[in-house]
Design a protein around this ligand. Structure first.
Ligand code: MEV
Length: 312
């Protein structure tokens, strides 16, 4: 019996700091949990129901009543099936600052926060493997066959070095201190798959040149690992600038992403780059601790932006 007990769960968003796209070609990437994320509240309800006021045109309100479900509804059902099969009569409400669909791990944060809230409501303590299993079930609904990077970072937090092998390998990284940053974002044109396939076609037309570029991007990631361990924000900012140039060379930047990067640098960012698949999506700008001027410049230029910390 759960009675009037309210369950709560939360999960951070994720960001790729260095190595996106090159990771597809065997190079390492670094991902980190964000200080912004999603929260979920779970209470008893006659039929399983999910409410996300901030998603969609006028919010999502999905009831698992046997009618046809969209991806969010199917992901919700998948989480319930893993976390709490016998008592699925719950209302889960999800909210938070994390923007949807711009490569900041919103679907993984949704899955992890919901899994934690439902388990908490049922009075269960889930270990990390169980949370990862529930989140993986939801992520398969959203993304088919994901690498696991997003929900692993959203579950474990901190900073991870990620390498694609037959089985993806995640290594927690030492971070000397949390770093201050500003995120800005714009809607994405096309999917991650399209961005990856576009770059694959460019690579296949000139493999030797692109492979050298990817090797260099891998070297930037390794240098980033050292900068994080040393807490050297200046070095990391420089690496961001270099990595952004590489991602531009990969053909995944856009005029809007370039404008956001330029605005952040002009306002004093230590470095700025696009993050994730590109073709729109998010930019991360590292700051020296005072993120206000960079945030204000991005907002004044008309971009959506938020101050955050990484590696906490
Ligand atoms: C997308 O978040 C990251 C990419 O490297 C694709 C991938 O690793 O699957 C662009």
């Amino acid at each position: 019996m759960t009675g009037a007990r309210l369950g709560a769960g939360a999960a951070p968003g994720k960001i790729i700091l260095l190595g996106e796209h090159a990771v597809v070609y065997g190079q390492p990437a670094i991902a980190a949990a964000l200080s912004i994320g999603l929260g979920a509240a779970c209470e008893a309800h006659p039929v399983p129901r999910l409410r996300i006021p901030a998603w969609g045109q006028s919010g999502l309100d999905i009831t698992l009543d046997g009618s046809r479900l969209d991806a969010v509804g199917r992901a919700f059902a998948a989480i319930l099936a893993v976390v709490d099969p016998p008592s699925r009569a719950v209302l889960v409400t999800v909210d938070g600052e994390l923007p949807l669909g711009v490569g900041l791990g919103s679907s993984a944060a949704f899955a992890v926060a919901v899994a934690r809230a439902v388990a908490d409501h049922a009075g269960k303590r889930l270990d990390q493997a169980q949370i990862l299993a529930a989140a993986a079930a939801a992520e398969r609904v959203f993304h088919g066959n994901p690498s696991g990077l997003d929900h692993t970072v959203c579950t474990l937090g901190g900073c991870l070095l990620y390498q694609r092998h037959a089985t993806p390998r995640f290594t927690p990284l030492a971070v000397a201190r949390p770093l201050d940053a500003v995120l800005a974002w714009t809607p994405r044109a096309g999917s991650t798959r399209q961005a990856v396939e576009g770059l694959r076609a460019r690579h296949d037309a000139a493999p030797a040149q692109y492979d050298r570029l990817f090797e260099y991007m891998g070297a930037l990631t390794r240098a980033g690992e050292q900068a994080l361990a040393a807490g050297d924000a200046d070095a990391l900012g420089r690496l961001f600038d270099l990595a952004h140039g590489c991602l531009n060379a990969c053909g995944v930047s856009t005029p809007t992403l370039e404008a956001m990067v330029h605005t952040a640098r002009s306002a004093g960012a230590l470095g700025a780059k696009l993050t994730g698949a590109g073709n729109g999506g998010a930019v991360i700008a590292l700051t020296d601790g005072d993120s206000q001027p960079v945030h204000a410049a991005l907002r004044t230029a008309g971009f959506q932006a938020a101050i955050c910390r990484i590696g906490g």
